[in-house]
Design a protein around this ligand. Structure first.
Ligand SMILES: [Mg+2]
Length: 237
């Protein structure tokens, strides 16, 4: 495997542990519209999907339109819940970012969500002296939203857009994803995809074509280390 020239990280579920909050909120919203579901079903139906598609899926299921207020109302409730409960970093994400920085491996974040949602999540992590915007600022100039190009994963457009903006060929890029839609997008873009199987069952990520599947971010980091021909830290003498 050639060394990754650019690592493109998904945001929700890869850098920020927001999916536990949003999957249960989406289950609530679907139930209110007339489609009761568990959190596990919410993950299956909605995780990694953009809100327009979520709205279409619910409307098709319940047989009536939810209207123009659906997405703004959802975003308000989501922001309130992030503020109430906090949004931690995914365990091991900080170490992975620090490793990329230390090796000067270019990396970027590419999300189906708008920049404002990334500000609500990334902006709360790693805040300190000289880092008023936390990880939101850390990715300044390397932050890509599907809303920028109006194409959402599983369309490969966002990853191709990020690679072009960072001046790297798709085949030199590695994507880190946690959703089948993101895995599909990365593979369709001609990139290698390391999938983090956290909330999503590994079989679903395998079915989407993930190049490698790991259960934790430290294990994802070890895959990147292998691909850069670097011995894992634990194996160093
Ligand atoms: Mg995700």
């Amino acid at each position: 495997m050639p060394a990754p020239a650019l690592v493109i990280l998904d945001c929700d579920g890869v850098l920020v542990d927001s999916e536990r909050i949003t999957t249960s909120l989406l289950a609530e919203v679907a139930a209110e519209a007339g489609w009761p579901m568990t959190d596990a079903q919410s993950i299956t139906h909605f995780k990694g999907r953009d809100l327009h598609e979520v709205q279409r899926l619910i409307e098709t299921r319940v047989g009536h339109v939810l209207g123009d207020g659906f997405i703004p109302d959802y975003r308000l409730r989501m922001a309130r819940r992030f503020a109430e409960r906090g949004v931690p970093a995914v365990a091991g994400a900080r170490e992975l970012l620090d490793w990329l920085d230390a090796r000067a491996i270019p990396h970027a974040v590419a999300s189906n969500a708008p920049h404002e949602k990334m500000r609500l999540t990334l902006g709360r992590i790693g805040v300190g002296p000289g880092q008023a915007d936390g990880w939101f600022g850390r990715f300044e100039g390397r932050r890509f939203s599907a809303y920028d190009i109006q194409r959402w994963k599983p369309d490969p457009g966002l990853f191709l857009h990020a690679a072009a903006a960072m001046q790297e060929a798709p085949e030199a890029c590695v994507v880190v994803e946690d959703s089948p839609s993101g895995v599909l997008a990365g593979i369709a873009a001609g990139m290698r995809v390391v999938a983090l199987a956290d909330l999503t069952p590994p079989a679903d990520l395998a079915a989407a074509g993930a190049t490698a599947i790991r259960a934790s971010m430290p294990e994802v980091l070890r895959v990147l280390q292998e691909w850069t021909s670097e011995p894992a830290a634990g194996l160093l003498p």
